[in-house]
Design a protein around this ligand. Structure first.
Ligand SMILES: *[C@@H]1O[C@H](CO)[C@@H](O)[C@H](O)[C@H]1NC(C)=O
Ligand SMILES: *[C@@H]1O[C@H](CO)[C@@H](O)[C@H](O)[C@H]1NC(C)=O
Ligand SMILES: *[C@@H]1O[C@H](CO)[C@@H](O)[C@H](O)[C@H]1NC(C)=O
Length: 486
């Protein structure tokens, strides 16, 4: 046996043995110190965690929120891992054992995992209310790398927006005097820290696409390398289970990884995987805490200072952090009907796949007009619509969205949906078929002209149409989840 093979063999067998002994005993780490250190892909700025570490000292309980995709939601091999055995629940149990706290409920890790939901879809969901969602939360764990299919530049923009939504104060929630205090004499607004820490958690490397073999700085199976520079700039840690276990350069290691991590499922980790993820996040918090208590050379700084955005302009980030978009929820038929939609045929809100409701049309020619009343239009200041829609690799069709100018009628309705000469304020065509072997919610952006502020009776008519693809297809499904107007 060549020495390299022997090395691989020993490494695999040792890990398998450790994993097996662990599963038979309890949820204690099956990993070596070396693997734990490999998992810390970015160490982060510990000032972001000083409030959390103080809570450990004072026996105060943490409120943690995990947002992410199906892995966090516990999907595995056509079934669900029980809630308390999913990694956020296991993490809370580990924290309660090591850092007991005074509230009988203990440390709580709320699991908000939602299948097929990448970074951009989370941004859409949170915009306009992130400070409410994260009110009183000490730590937000972001597990969105595996569903991040966007190209690198967009992935970095999305990553910067999402982590800013966690860590940076929104002007929406600030009082007048807080706003004055945060503004310098030359009128510049300095955004403060919310007090909520962020951490990225990388949970999987898909077998659908090329498995990670160790090619430097590229991993198409998750967006960790795209997120890394953004996390470095903002001092947000990245804890990666895949980096603890991998890379997977040989077929032996790949087979081992298949058997110990996936076991019958091409995307989601099994129960063992959830134990590993929880252990790694726990170890990070524990060793970073111990470090801040042991380090004696000088007093460590306490306050995290938010960084200026580096991957998108400050104006666009301000839009996401401060604005309240007009949101149209398209995942509920009652909400849609309450909007007084007109000229609708072929669209209906239902779950075409279990548990995933959307506004679905399956035929070319399906159409619907959603009005936005003048009082809503007067609250828009950018002229941008974000459409959250499913993209998939089969059965999908082409979607056209056009925003026309309408006029408020005496009955309180926006009129003009039948007017062939209505002014087009903006339109786009989006193909919801893509090559990626995944079905995910993605955001498409439409820029449109806003009616002038003096035009008080102007309203918007949003035309949703399924159009013929080129070349024509047999199946033409389009599925929308919601639209946000800025
Ligand atoms: C995965 O699910 C399939 C279908 O339900 C089942 O036959 C198989 O035994 C499962 N695999 C494991 C490892 O549980
Ligand atoms: C790992 O699993 C994938 C998907 O089932 C399969 O295509 C691949 O051949 C497996 N690799 C090994 C080395 O077993
Ligand atoms: C729907 O139409 C009614 C009048 O029939 C109107 O009072 C109501 O405000 C409309 N709702 C919306 C959201 O446009």
């Amino acid at each position: 046996m060549a020495s390299r093979d022997l090395h691989t063999f020993l490494a695999c067998c040792t890990i398998v043995l450790i994993l097996e002994s662990v599963l038979k005993t309890s949820a204690v780490t099956p990993l070596t110190d070396f693997m734990i250190s490999k998992s810390v892909t970015n160490h982060g700025d510990l000032t972001m965690f000083s409030r959390i570490f103080d809570k450990f000292d004072y026996k105060r309980c943490l409120k943690i929120t995990a947002i992410g995709g199906s892995v966090t939601e516990g999907h595995w091999n056509h079934t669900r891992i029980p809630v308390n055995l999913r990694w956020p629940g296991l993490l809370a149990a580990l924290l309660n054992a090591r850092f007991p706290c005074n509230d009988p409920a203990g440390h709580v890790a709320q699991n908000q995992g939602r299948g097929a939901t990448p970074t951009s879809a989370w941004i859409e969901t949170l915009t306009g209310q992130q400070e409410v969602q994260f009110q009183g939360v000490d730590l937000v764990l972001l597990e969105t790398a595996v569903n991040q299919m966007a190209e690198r530049e967009q992935a970095q923009i999305d990553a910067e927006i999402l982590m800013s939504m966690v860590t940076k104060q929104s002007r929406r929630s600030m009082t007048k005097s807080q706003l004055e205090q945060a503004t310098t004499s030359d009128g510049q607004f300095i955004r403060g820290f919310t007090g909520t820490a962020a951490m990225w958690v990388v949970a999987s490397t898909r077998r659908f696409v090329t498995i990670w073999t160790g090619v430097p700085y590229e991993r198409i199976s998750d967006a960790m390398y795209a997120q890394l520079p953004v996390a470095q700039h903002h001092g947000v840690p990245i804890i990666s289970a895949i980096d603890a276990l991998g890379p997977f350069p040989t077929s032996e290691v790949q087979a081992w990884f298949n058997q110990t991590w996936y076991e019958g499922d091409p995307i989601h980790p099994n129960q063992r995987g959830h134990i590993l993820i929880a252990d790694l996040v726990f170890h990070y918090l524990k060793t970073a805490y111990e470090h801040t208590r042991l380090f004696q050379w000088h007093a460590l700084p306490k306050d995290y200072i938010p960084r200026e955005p580096m991957f998108l302009s400050r104006d666009i980030l301000n839009m996401f952090l401060d604005q309240t978009p007009i949101k149209i929820n398209l995942a509920n038929m009652n909400d849609i009907l309450r909007r007084n939609v007109t000229r609708c045929s072929g669209w209906w809100a239902y779950a075409d796949v279990p548990e995933k409701i959307g506004f679905v049309a399956i035929n070319v020619g399906s159409s619907c007009v959603v009005p936005l009343k003048s009082d809503e239009v007067s609250r828009l200041s950018v002229g941008m619509a974000h459409v959250l829609m499913y993209k998939s690799y089969e059965n999908m069709g082409t979607f056209r969205m056009a925003i026309m100018k309408g006029r408020m009628g005496v009955n309180g309705m926006c009129e003009g949906a039948d007017d062939p000469n209505a002014q087009v304020l903006g339109s786009m065509i989006v193909d919801s078929l893509w090559k990626s072997k995944a079905s995910l919610a993605e955001v498409s952006i439409l820029h449109f002209e806003l009616p002038t502020a003096s035009d008080k009776s102007a309203c918007l008519l949003v035309h949703l149409d399924v159009v013929e693809s080129k070349p024509a297809r047999l199946k033409n499904k389009v599925k929308l989840l919601g639209i946000s107007f800025f």
